[in-house]
Every structure is written in structure tokens, then in C-alpha cells.
Design a protein around this ligand. Structure first.
Ligand SMILES: [Zn+2]
Length: 106
């Protein structure tokens, strides 16, 4: 768990993540791309995004989520609150799902 990560490291990672999100292209960056950019796991990216969303909102910015989409039927996961990739489509059960992408404005 990230609780074991020293505070300074957490702050640095989150700042790097925020910088990558602010500089993201219009299509956003997926957790995998952010993971590669910042050097943490995709799961950790999702955790940091939760905190980043709060801090961005607190300072008048926002985290923009471009929702995941089913590649088989086109179902868009608009109501999904979690930042991880969905396992399967609730509509057609396909597992080929285009992951959510993220951008930030501050
Ligand atoms: Zn589907």
C-alpha cells in the first residue's frame, strides 16, 4: 500500500502526475500512459488520481475524465466513479474495453 511510501516521495509523484495531466493531449492520458510517464504502477496511478481530483477541485481546477468505452458495442462508462479500467462491459459482457483517459486543468 502507498502508506509505506515516504511523504516526500508521495508529494513528488503526485506533482509529477499533475504536471503530466496538465500537459496531456486533448484525448487525455490513460493510467498506463501515466504509469509510464511517472514511474509508478497503474493501480497507484488510480489511487493518486483520487487525491489529485480533490486537491485540484479545492484550488479551483478539475480533473477531467474521458470515460472508458466498450470496443464491442460502444457502451460508455459515464457513471463510473473509479479510475481503473473496467473488467467487462455491463451491456454486452465484452472484455475489450478502451480504458478511461485523464486530463487536468488548474
Ligand atoms: Zn459492450
Amino acid at each position: 500500500m502507498s502508506e509505506q511510501v515516504p511523504q516526500a516521495r508521495t508529494t513528488t509523484v503526485r506533482a509529477a502526475l499533475e504536471a503530466a495531466l496538465v500537459a496531456a493531449p486533448e484525448a487525455g492520458l490513460t493510467a498506463r500512459e501515466l504509469s509510464a510517464a511517472v514511474g509508478i504502477s497503474e493501480k497507484d496511478v488510480a489511487e493518486h488520481l483520487v487525491h489529485l481530483q480533490k486537491s485540484l477541485q479545492a484550488s479551483g481546477g478539475r480533473l477531467e475524465v474521458l470515460p472508458a468505452e466498450c470496443l464491442a458495442c460502444g457502451f460508455v462508462f459515464r457513471d463510473r466513479k473509479r479510475f481503473t479500467r473496467p473488467g467487462a462491459c455491463p451491456q454486452c459482457r465484452a472484455t475489450r474495453v478502451d480504458p478511461p483517459a485523464f486530463r487536468a486543468a488548474r
